[in-house]
Design a protein around this ligand. Structure first.
Ligand SMILES: [Zn+2]
Length: 121
C-alpha cells in the first residue's frame, strides 16, 4: 500500500490557497540546492516543464524564445503555450511551492526531469 503523504495548506502570493504534499514544498535555498544537484551551478542550464503542454526548456532557452530576461519568469511561464504557474489553475498538481524568508510562497513549474510532484532524494 502506498503511504499517504502528509499534505499542507499554503497561502500563495496570489492569495489563493492550495493543499499540496509536504514534499512539494521547498524553501528557496532547498529549491536552489535541488536545481544545482540536477543541473549544475549555472542557472541558465536549469530545466523546467510545463504541466499543460508537457514541453521542457532551460532558462537559457527561455530567454532565447521569449527574448526578455526576468529570471523568475522562466520557472513560472511556459515558453511554448500561455500557461503560467501563478494562474488560477496553478500547476495542475505537477509543480512545486517555493517559500521565501519574506513574502508569500510562489507556485512554480516542476523540474523537467522530476517525477511528477516528487522531491528527488
Ligand atoms: Zn506549456
Amino acid at each position: 500500500m502506498e503511504k499517504l503523504e502528509e499534505r499542507v495548506k499554503i497561502q500563495l502570493q496570489t492569495n489563493v490557497s492550495v493543499t499540496v504534499p509536504k514534499s512539494d514544498v521547498y524553501t528557496i535555498d532547498e529549491w536552489k540546492a535541488e536545481a544545482i544537484k540536477r543541473y549544475g551551478e549555472d542557472p541558465r542550464k536549469w530545466r523546467f516543464r510545463c504541466p499543460k503542454c508537457k514541453k521542457q526548456w532551460s532558462l537559457e532557452e527561455y530567454f532565447e524564445i521569449k527574448n526578455r530576461g526576468n529570471v523568475s519568469d522562466g520557472w513560472q511561464e511556459c515558453c511554448y503555450c500561455d500557461w503560467v504557474s501563478y494562474g488560477l489553475l496553478g500547476t495542475l498538481g505537477d509543480g512545486l511551492i517555493v517559500t521565501f524568508p519574506e513574502g508569500a510562497p510562489a507556485q512554480v513549474f516542476n523540474f523537467a526531469d522530476a517525477e511528477k510532484g516528487v522531491k528527488s532524494k
